[in-house]
Design a protein around this ligand. Structure first.
Ligand code: GLU
Length: 424
């Protein structure tokens, strides 16, 4: 075997991409004859770096770095969100695109994995600047995207309005309206009912299933949630509605604790106005104390690499359900496994979003739209069945849920790869 490592993959600190590579290495011994193809998963199929120049409102020209990565297209068109964040890097986008390949395979929707992003603090831009940046970025990645090629969606700091601008820009360049080029659109432009809440809903459905699998009842659980954005906010709402108590919350602004459980409708109202949890009633605790707060289920629903070897030991929860992508480092995974903490990995836990994105794409193609009830029923069934399948693989192979999820995902991708064969 002579696999020379591509130059741009050689860095000292691989971050999220390093986490992903370690996860693939851990699953390789279980892949049997398919391990011959595993190198396919360790390098993205294609990556694009673009310059995004825009004129700011004050007349100056500002340049932003944008990315779109196709990790793997063996099972279908690329699928994955667009992230706007000042810390976005190519290697982070590569990791996020790879997790999309695994995720789409795990819930068995006919997509590959892709991701994009712009290295920008969107909060520093006016609405007009945000629109110009989004439209220029869409034009720059035009050769990568399309309803049959690669379908972007929202991710951290992007939303329905940004998807509407992307859809419009692509459509203007094509000369006809093409709703299926992005998902997570406004309902009025071919968006799907239930899409906005789908990721948080999926987190709740899978958490309930996993907790029952452990012989426990979610309605009695104490929950800690990091991040009350689109994912954490909806998951928290559903947990509270089921009777569970949200006892600890954290975002960029504060860490709050309330052993009696926060009033979720009031908290979500506060967040929708203030865009942060700061100012809501509850005991303010130290940032690091969030991880050791007494709770039963912990939901990281913010960014990558939050649960590390520095805080894993102090975690009190019996169950962790990863709403965020890549929140746990491999070292932390080992510590948690040693402690007997069950971890439901991101690539199943937060797959509800891309599942309803698939429904949206299908509805756009057929120009026939489903009811919210149909969407939620199908979503719940796909998530529950996928989790049960993974739990079975974990038990029969005596491996963690993460390794089991990667066995299922990698096998599906590599079987497709093998059947397609190499060209030429
Ligand atoms: N950004 C979401 C994720 O990380 C959704 C992607 C999509 O719907 O394509 O899964």
């Amino acid at each position: 075997m002579n696999h020379s490592v591509a130059s741009y993959l050689q860095t000292d600190n691989l971050g999220a991409w390093g986490t992903y590579l370690e996860q693939v290495d851990r699953v390789t011994p279980y892949l049997g004859h398919l391990s011959r193809w595993v190198e396919t998963l360790k390098r993205p199929k294609r990556t694009l770096i673009v310059d995004v120049p825009i004129e700011l409102d004050n007349g100056t020209i500002s340049h932003y770095e944008g990315y779109r990565v196709h990790h793997n297209l063996s099972r279908g068109p690329g699928k994955g969100g667009i992230r706007y964040h000042p810390d976005v890097t190519l290697s982070e986008v590569m990791a996020l695109s790879a997790w999309m390949s695994i995720k789409t395979a795990v819930v068995n929707v006919p997509f590959g994995g892709a991701k994009g992003g712009i290295r920008v603090n969107p909060k520093s831009l006016s609405l007009g600047e945000l629109e110009r940046m989004t439209r220029r970025f869409t034009s720059e990645i035009n050769m990568m995207i399309g309803p049959q090629k690669d379908i972007p969606a929202p991710d951290v700091n992007t939303n329905e309005q940004i998807m509407a601008w992307m859809m419009d820009t692509y459509s203007v360049n094509q000369g006809h309206t093409s709703t299926g080029v992005v998902t997570g659109k406004p309902i009025a432009l071919g968006g799907s009912l239930g899409r906005r809440d789908a990721t948080g809903r999926g987190v709740f459905v899978v958490a309930k299933e996993a907790y029952e699998d452990m012989g426990c009842d979610v309605t009695q659980a104490r929950i800690a949630i990091q991040g009350l954005g689109n994912v954490g906010g909806e998951a928290a709402r559903l947990f509270a509605k089921s009777g569970a108590k949200i006892v600890a919350i954290q975002d960029h602004s504060a860490t709050l604790y309330n052993p009696n459980g926060f009033n979720m409708p009031d908290l979500l109202k506060h967040v929708s106005i203030a865009h942060e949890i700061k100012g809501f009633e509850g005991e303010s605790i130290a940032v690091d104390s969030f991880w050791s707060a007494p709770c039963d289920i912990l939901i990281p629903a913010a960014l990558e690499s939050q649960i590390t070897k520095l805080n894993a030991q102090s975690i009190q929860a019996k169950l962790i359900v990863e709403g965020a992508n890549g929140p746990t480092t491999p070292e932390a995974d080992d510590i948690l496994q040693e402690k007997g903490v069950v971890v439901v990995p991101d690539v199943i836990a937060n797959a509800g979003g891309v599942t309803v994105s698939y429904f949206e794409w299908v509805q756009d193609f057929s120009s026939f739209f489903w009811t919210e009830e149909e969407i939620n029923q199908r979503l719940d069934k796909i998530m529950t069945d996928a989790f049960r399948g993974i739990s079975y693989v974990a038990k029969t192979n005596n491996v963690s849920l993460r390794t089991a999820t990667f066995i299922v995902g990698c096998e599906r991708i590599l079987k497709a790869r093998e059947m397609r064969g190499l060209y030429p």
